[in-house]
Write a protein that binds this ligand. Structure first.
Ligand SMILES: NC(=O)c1ccc[n+]([C@@H]2O[C@H](COP(=O)([O-])OP(=O)(O)OC[C@H]3O[C@@H](n4cnc5c(N)ncnc54)[C@H](O)[C@@H]3O)[C@@H](O)[C@H]2O)c1
Length: 261
């Protein structure tokens, strides 16, 4: 499915990113991993890098291949380290990396963002999301959060709201669209990775357990990685600017409860 492609995967040292790197390699891709820590899975190249600052992004971009086919933005924080670092890594860093990498991505390539069902409130919070996405570059994130009166506990869902909105916007930005680069997102439900324990601290056991019960079981990285890999492939060439849920039916179960169908 991915034979002959070079794919950059952030967050490849753990969880969904590690499995994505593996699945892409198994499907024929040459995988370049980007993470704070070295990946345990076999990859063609590793860029040790930090997505939390513009300097970190610049250093990563300098080490990326000069041409590649897809960027999988999987790295993320749970909210436990605080709202500012979380929004910095999960949104402003991800966006800065994608924009800086766009000229290196081949025509008809793809940017695949791992968002979350936790970001589905973006429509309800549209004005805030629009205003925060409109802040260009890699801003002083703490100052942006203060200006928008964001509470500490909102960091994680907010970061994914911004990402879901930006995915749609970016698909129509010349940097991507003019070169046929698709920008899409995948939203997992609860997945058994190290971050899930942190979600229990941030959101509480009751919320995490009720999501797991609604989906029938917790996911594992193999439930999500093949979806990310497919979105990098030519078979996904008509999927653009949209979000694909890999949530075990969680959204449908919640809707059935809330909307009474
Ligand atoms: N696990 C879940 O329940 C779940 C649910 C929905 C969405 N997600 C999303 O999936 C993505 C992957 O999460 P996961 O479950 O695999 O978590 P994980 O903690 O297993 O992996 C996250 C990876 O991101 C890397 N990372 C963190 N900060 C970084 C930085 N500043 N620079 C570079 N790399 C950094 C970590 O080193 C780690 O390897 C995240 O974006 C997360 O928000 C996870």
């Amino acid at each position: 499915m991915l034979f002959g492609k070079t794919i950059v995967v952030t967050g490849a040292a753990s969880g969904i990113g590690a499995r994505t790197a593996e699945v892409c390699a198994q499907n024929g891709a040459e995988v370049i991993a980007v993470d704070l820590r070295a990946p345990k899975v076999g990859v063609a190249g590793f860029v040790e890098g930090d997505l939390s600052s513009q300097a970190g992004i610049d250093a990563i971009v300098r080490q990326l291949p000069r041409r590649f086919d897809a960027l999988c933005n999987v790295a993320g924080l749970s909210g436990a380290p605080g709202a500012a670092p979380t929004v910095a890594v999960n949104f402003y860093g991800l966006r800065a990396l994608s924009e800086a990498a766009a000229p290196l991505i081949c025509e008809a390539g793809a940017v695949v963002n791992v968002a979350s069902i936790a970001g589905y409130g973006w429509r309800a919070n549209l004005n805030r999301a629009k205003s925060m996405v409109a802040v260009a570059g890699f801003p002083d994130v703490a100052a942006v959060l203060k200006e928008h009166s964001v509470a500490e506990a909102e960091g994680y869902p907010l970061s994914k709201e911004l990402l879901l909105l930006w995915t749609q916007l970016a698909a129509h930005q010349p940097a991507f669209k003019a070169r046929g680069i698709r920008v899409v997102s995948v939203s997992p439900g609860p997945v058994e990775t190290p971050i899930l324990g942190q979600f229990r601290q941030v959101f509480g056991d009751a919320r995490v357990d009720s999501d797991i019960a609604a989906a029938g079981r917790a996911g594992n990285p193999s439930d999500v990685a093949p979806v990310v890999a497919f979105l990098c492939s030519d078979g996904a060439r008509w999927i653009n600017g949209t979000n694909i849920a890999a949530d075990g039916g969680l959204e449908a179960a919640v809707n059935a409860q809330v909307l009474g169908f």
